[in-house]
Structure formats: C-alpha cells, structure tokens
Design a protein around this ligand. Structure first.
Ligand code: IPM
Ligand code: MG
Length: 352
C-alpha cells in the first residue's frame, strides 16, 4: 500500500476500512506495509520513488496506490516529479498491461453527461500498454539550436512489446464478449503500422475473437457516439491514457473508475484512474468509490479472493442504489455525503 498525495490519504483510509471488514468476513487477514510514493516520498526522502518503496512493493502480494501528483511539484525537474515515480514504479514492477474496466452502474445512468439510451448497458474494458510507447521512448529531451528551442519524445514499440499486450487483450476478449478492437494511428504513424501488423499476427491464435481496427481519432468519437459497440479496446500507452479518461465520463464521474496493472509475474498494482484532485483535497469531498473498486480488483486479481471482491462491488452498487452520492455525482433527490461518511455508508452496505 503506497501513501500518496492530496485526496490520496482520504480515499486510502476508506479503502482500508473496507478491506479490513471484508477480509474479516471472508476469514483471511491482510498485512499492510505502507510506503511513501509520489509527493509523500519527495517530502520524506527527496525522490518520488525511493528504492525502499520499490523493494517493499516487489516483496508484497499486491500493491494498492491512490492518486499521486500536486501542482506544487510542477516546477521540479521532470525526473523528480511524482509522475516520474509512478512511471518508474510501473516499469520497475514490469507492469505492461493496464486494465481499465468501464461498466455503467444502473443507479448512475442519469449521472452521465451523455443520454441514458447511449450509455445504457455499456460494459467495456480498455487494455492499455503501460511500459512502452512515447511515455518511455528515447531519444527525448530539449535542445537549443539556431536561436530556437526544440523538444522531442519518441513513440516506439518493439514487436515483443506489442505481442505480449495483444495476447492479454485477446485472452480477456475471449473471457468476455469475444470482440477486440485495436486502436492505433496506422494511417500516419510507422509505430502504429507495426502495432497493427503484430496484432494481426497474434490474432491467428485466437480464431474465436472478432478483431477490428480503429484509428484513434475515430475511436474517440465512437466512444461518445455509440459506446456499446466496444467490448475490449486494445491500445498503446498514450492513446489508452486519453481514451480511458474519455471512457470514464460515460459513467458520470472519473471518481468511479478502478484499474489494475499487471506484468508477467510479481505483484500487480491497483489504483483509481483519477488524479489527486488538488481542488477538493483535504476537504472530505473526494469520491472514494474508484479506490474501493480498485481494492476489489486487488482482491480478485491480486489475491484471488473473488467472493470478497464481489462483496465490495455489491456494497458500491447498493450504496448508489440507496441514493448516496459524493459531490461529483450529486443529483436531485439524492443524499450528498463527504468522503468519510461515504466510507461509513459503504461499510454499512457491506455488512447489511
Ligand atoms: C493515468 C495517469 C498517469 C498516466 C499520470 C499521472 C502519469 O494519467 O494513470 O492515467 O499518464 O499514465
Ligand atoms: Mg491518465
């Protein structure tokens, strides 16, 4: 478990309270090792991912992380910022596969900015490549020449990086609705053409999965036009970052979306996809549900405690069905709660 920034501690406290209760109920116990990460680690040690944190994560069965980052660190050199710590953690644990499920909870159908008939029944999964692409490509940097400043990054993928994430996408499509849509920009980018070629090559091993390809600009449009057409969306690091925020809004709030980051071996990392929300931090206003749903993914995937995971998810659904909302989701006729009170309500729903 990593301590984190701004709303991080508030939503972590709720998740921990629920993890304690649900593990007790299901007859197993959890041992927490809380380590600093992001801004919290910068304050404690001067760097965003201390070696001791990385080692403690490696030694654990699963890692739960809340949000990191704060505007106060935006002027630090890039490698010292909280975000660089997160990238180093993902890369250091070899977490190349990021799963971001987007499922409409019936009680929230009216919370989306999109029409209920558009989002009704949406149940999709973004499979985002997480340790390659333009986030990690070299060369990168900033140079001055001929009186101008020029900055650059490299969007690069090797065949093996595409193959392994494609297999994750196909495997999951096989377990779900049997449809995989690979998103790229192959009409312009060489790196996307290789992506498409490799996905086609891997598809041969999955005759039961219906594969389609879509350019990322069209995918961004289709996600808000007709999101039900998607089952599994397979895409690269940057495109997945952008599309998953967009997909989150189908549910009405980015405060609802959990994620799991997995590698070939070792512990997975479970975190909400939202940020550290500087505007509401420290005011007991945050929505802890994405964090609680991330804890559910940790139980299911990381610790193989399916029944406990399902209990947490049911507690979230029951609480929403009971009309309880944090400010981000508040609607007429509902009861608005702060982060802590929402935690108590979730606990009551779990135990009720
Ligand atoms: C995410 C976040 C991160 C990313 C940031 C905080 C580095 O936006 O997990 O989607 O870009 O991957
Ligand atoms: Mg993001």
């Amino acid at each position: 478990m990593c301590s984190s920034d701004l709303i991080g501690p508030e939503i972590t406290a709720v998740a921990r309270q629920l993890l304690d209760a649900v593990s007790l109920r299901h007859g197993f116990s959890l041992r927490y090792d809380e380590q600093p990460m992001g801004g919290a680690a910068i304050e404690a040690t001067g760097e965003p991912l201390p070696q001791s944190t990385l080692e403690a994560c490696r030694a654990s069965d699963a890692v739960l992380l809340a949000a990191i980052g704060s505007p106060q660190y935006d002027s630090l050199p890039r490698e010292q910022r909280p975000e660089s710590g997160l990238l180093a953690l993902r890369s250091g644990l070899g977490l190349f596969a990021n799963l971001r499920p987007v499922k409409i909870i019936p009680a929230l159908a009216a919370a989306s900015t999109l029409k209920p008939e558009v989002i009704e029944g949406v149940d999709l999964l973004v499979v985002r490549e997480l340790t390659g692409g333009v986030y990690f490509g070299t060369p990168k940097g900033r140079v001055e020449a001929d009186g101008h400043v020029r900055a650059f990054n490299t969007m690069a993928y090797s065949d093996f990086e595409i193959d392994r994430i494609a297999r994750v996408g196909f495997d999951l499509a096989q377990q779900r609705g049997g449809r995989l849509c690979s998103v790229d920009k192959a009409n312009v980018l060489d790196v996307s053409q290789l992506w498409r070629d490799r996905v086609e090559a891997i598809a041969v091993d999955y005759p039961g999965v219906a594969l389609s390809h879509m350019y990322v600009d069209n995918a961004a449009m289709q996600l808000v036009r007709a999101p039900r057409q998607f089952d599994v969306i397979l895409t690269s690091n940057l495109f997945g970052d952008i599309l998953s925020d967009e997909a989150a809004m189908l549910t009405g709030s980015i405060g609802m979306l959990p994620s799991a980051s997995l590698g070939a071996e070792g512990p997975g990392l479970f975190e909400p996809i939202h940020g550290s929300a500087p505007d509401i931090a420290g005011q007991d206003l945050a929505n802890p549900m994405a964090m609680v749903l991330s804890a559910a993914m940790l139980l299911r995937i990381g610790l193989k405690q399916e029944a406990a995971a399902a209990d947490l998810e049911a507690a979230v659904e029951r609480t929403l069905a009971g009309g309880f909302r944090t400010g981000d989701l508040m609607a007429e006729g509902c009861t608005q709660l702060g982060c802590r009170a929402m935690g108590d309500q979730l606990l009551a729903a779990l135990e009720g």
